[in-house]
Design a protein around this ligand. Structure first.
Ligand code: COS
Length: 379
């Protein structure tokens, strides 16, 4: 047992913190208010290597471990969860999925550009009637010999209008149920592929969430990921790692709100002293710090499991379940510590509170995480 981060981990953490404080903090309130995608900031994140952190350097990635990724995700999410969801999807769903299961041609063609952020990717599983019940895919991919004909609608897709590459899950053979599902690489601009309406969201408002429509899109056979029928396992396996990223995002939202609450409580005076001198505030800060530390340890443990090639399905689900709960609770308390100031935008905590909610919903709701955990326990 060794709780010590390496020099390299500390350097990545410091670089992410520096980037978040200098590049993401300015304008974050306005981007949230006007639902503005952080395009310039995402470009810089790509140049600094934050969009393909764990990808092998031979495909232009950073070659880092999952611990580094968790540390960077926490720092970026403290400030701008709209930017960190782009980072999470690109790193742990799109890049990881392609690197693990793609062909060499697919990696050369797509991964090499995704890893540098030259282009970004999207992961398309959710549908109007298939969220938690992910096997009920209505999007169809009919096998036409040397291509598949893709038809259907996807919902709530992160990077919906900014991605260039979309990993799309679709049903090829309904009789085979989940074993008839495939995953495809769909390029922006393929005929019949249309980006639908942008969602007007409670939180992560700077991120770009859209529905997508596919009408007779011809997807070349070489764009299928894995063997015929591998699509559902591709989605499940990819999401298992994605959940570590979202857990780290939730951790960052919580620790960002906590840091603001500590700072404010040392500045604001009430009844003649800084509010940090009142036990009511001290107890809140103690609870926040304890919960955040527990969430951080769960995130790092899941990352450690992944890095050491152990099963990380359950530890990732536990990390996401717990960290997202801590994010919700901590941000609500951080608003309370700020009192009336917490309720207005300038103090950041109301945004973090709104951003926290999605971490209990996407990449598997808290209820789904409990299914994943309990199945593992009762195996
Ligand atoms: N890695 C690889 N394969 C996996 C897997 C994983 N983590 N989890 C499940 N599978 C495989 C199973 O082994 C099974 O394969 P076989 O039938 O060949 O043995 C197959 O996938 C189906 O698994 P299962 O029977 O467990 O599927 P269920 O329909 O019962 O669904 C849940 C399981 C509910 C856990 C799954 O549908 C799920 O995670 N849903 C949430 C999806 C989600 O996160 N949606 C959000 C969209 S992305 S923002």
């Amino acid at each position: 047992m060794n709780f010590q981060l390496t020099e390299e981990h500390l350097a990545v953490q410091a670089a992410a913190r520096e980037f978040a404080q200098t590049e993401l903090l300015p304008g974050v309130i306005e981007r949230d208010e006007h639902q503005k995608f952080p395009a310039e900031q995402i470009k810089k994140m790509g140049e600094l290597g934050f969009l393909g952190m764990m990808v092998d350097p031979k495909y232009n990635g950073g070659g880092m471990d999952t611990i580094s990724y968790v540390l960077a995700m926490e720092e970026i999410s403290k400030v701008d969860a709209s930017a960190s969801v782009v980072m999470s999807v690109n790193n742990s769903l799109v890049c990881w999925g392609l690197e693990k299961y793609g062909t060499e041609e697919q990696k050369q063609k797509y991964l090499t550009r995704l890893a540098t952020g030259e282009i970004i990717g999207a992961f398309c599983l959710s549908e109007p009637e298939a969220g938690s019940d992910a096997t009920s895919q209505r999007t169809t991919a009919e096998d036409k010999g040397d291509y598949y004909l893709l038809n259907g609608t996807k919902n709530w897709i992160t990077n919906g209008s900014t991605a260039s590459v979309y990993l799309v899950i679709a049903q090829t053979d309904p009789e085979k149920k989940h074993r008839g599902i495939n995953a495809f690489i769909v390029e922006r601009g393929m005929e019949g592929f249309q980006v639908g309406l942008k969602e007007n969201k409670l939180g992560i408002r700077g991120s770009d969430t859209h529905s997508l429509m596919f009408t007779d899109v011809k997807v070349p056979k070489e764009n299928r990921i894995g063997e015929d029928g591998f699509g559902f396992k591709f989605a499940m396996s990819t999401l298992a790692g994605g959940r570590i990223g979202i857990a780290a995002q939730a951790l960052g939202i919580a620790s960002g709100a906590y840091e603001l609450a500590v700072k404010y409580s040392k500045e604001r005076k009430a009844f003649g002293v800084e509010i940090a001198k009142h036990q009511a505030i001290q107890f809140k800060l103690a609870d926040m710090a304890t919960n955040i530390e527990a969430a951080r340890l769960l995130c790092l443990k899941a990352a450690f499991h992944k890095d050491t090639h152990q099963d990380y399905g359950m530890s990732g689900a536990m990390a996401k379940l717990f960290a997202s709960k801590v994010a919700m609770e901590t941000t609500v308390e951080a608003v309370q510590v700020h009192g009336g100031y917490g309720f207005v935008k300038e103090y950041h905590v109301e945004r973090l509170m709104r951003d926290a909610k999605i971490t209990q919903i996407y990449e598997g709701t808290s209820e789904i995480q409990k299914i994943v955990i309990s199945r593992e326990l009762l195996k």
